[in-house]
Design a binder for this molecule. Structure first.
Ligand SMILES: NC(=O)c1ccc[n+]([C@@H]2O[C@H](COP(=O)([O-])OP(=O)(O)OC[C@H]3O[C@@H](n4cnc5c(N)ncnc54)[C@H](O)[C@@H]3O)[C@@H](O)[C@H]2O)c1
Length: 331
């Protein structure tokens, strides 16, 4: 009688990981690399683009001043980044693998199967996907049980949240291990109990963006007015308290119950359009031009620096600077 192969065991405790591989090193993979380096990990990275190495090093270098202001691990160094020629070299010594390749299902399926083939047995492979369920991506892997989603927010070196969720073939101990790993790596983790397209935060963000695009398309608000309406309004509250508790306070002493009695019926009023707007050329051009106008000549690099400083100020003001087990503190 034949017995099924036992599931490979996880090679080390999540807190013991020292070497991380980043596969795909664009905005998100590069941001992850910067984060892991700042937390004192050794990072190997692979990306097939011919200019990927210098581009990645530029991204890490640009992020480093912000990371230093935030506080880096005592042994953190950009020199601990190795860019490899092949995917296999990048993953062969890795104790955790973060995939951040383009958001195309077929590409992710093939790439994750390649990583699974090359990676040491049992090492967890986590995808940065913005919305594909792992169930649809792990189909071609020999060991699909070790694949999980670890969805970050841009830039991963500053925004704490990671949404963790497994697919139907993912082992439960892998999901649990991954959540603990991200926490050890300084992230805030939400582990989802079931797969939901867009996870939690992207579903919320997309709803807001969809309404914003409708308002631009219909000439109801400019790009700048939409941005100001958040940064000068609800955005200030959301950095310290989420939309639910914020609304509970809007109900005064009656809290959320009063809020629901008072404003619940108006949810059925036509405040939302529900369907996505047609992204025709007119809307496309209006949104791009609106962003250019709002930037007032600031380059993308300047805007990145401004955003990073703003996020650091908020993290500092709300007592959310990184802490290191060694007792290192932010400057
Ligand atoms: N940009 C965001 O705000 C954001 C946020 C969260 C998650 N994500 C997700 O992160 C992933 C990467 O997105 P991004 O914004 O960094 O895109 P990007 O275009 O900036 O980077 C993608 C990188 O993947 C490389 N690449 C191309 N083919 C590859 C392959 N076969 N194997 C490995 N690498 C390959 C490209 O050269 C490029 O450097 C996507 O799944 C995306 O949905 C993006």
């Amino acid at each position: 009688m034949s017995h099924p192969e036992p599931a490979p065991t996880l090679p080390c405790a999540p807190e013991a990981v020292r070497r991380v591989a980043c596969i795909g090193a664009g905005v998100i993979g590069g941001g992850w690399a910067a984060h892991y380096l700042a937390r004192g990990y050794d990072v190997t990275a692979w990306d097939p683009a011919p200019d990927a190495g210098p581009r990645l090093r530029r991204l890490v270098e640009a992020a480093w001043p912000a990371l230093t202001r935030l506080g880096v691990a005592p042994d953190a160094s950009q020199d601990r980044l190795t860019v490899t020629e092949t995917l296999e070299e990048a993953v062969t010594q890795a104790q955790f693998i973060q995939e951040s390749a383009p958001e195309r299902l077929e590409l992710k399926r093939e790439l994750l199967a390649r990583i699974d083939e090359a990676a040491p047995s049992g090492v967890v492979i986590s995808s940065s996907t913005s919305g594909y369920p792992m169930t649809d991506m792990q189909t071609d892997c020999a060991d699909p049980g070790r694949l999980v989603v670890g969805h970050p927010f841009n830039p991963p070196y500053l925004i704490p949240l990671v949404e963790v969720v497994g697919g139907t073939a993912t082992r439960e101990d892998v999901v649990e291990w991954t959540g603990r790993f991200y926490e050890a790596a300084g992230k805030s983790v939400i582990t989802m109990r079931r797969e939901v397209p867009g996870f939690i935060a992207n579903r919320l963000q997309e709803a807001l963006w969809r309404e914003a695009l409708h308002m631009v398309a219909e000439g109801e608000a400019t790009v700048r007015e939409i941005d100001d309406s958040i940064t000068e309004g609800p955005g200030l509250r959301w950095a310290t308290m989420g939309p639910m508790l914020t609304f509970a306070l809007a109900g005064g002493e009656g809290g959320m119950a009063h809020m629901l009695d008072h404003f619940g019926p108006s949810l059925k009023s036509p405040w939302t359009r529900l369907e996505a707007p047609e992204l025709d050329k007119k809307l496309y051009d209006a949104v791009v031009a609106g962003c250019d106008e709002e930037a007032e000549g600031r380059t993308i690099a300047e805007l990145v620096a401004q955003r990073d400083q703003g996020v650091i100020d908020i993290l500092r003001a709300t007592g959310r600077l990184p802490r290191f087990p060694e007792g290192g503190v932010a400057k």
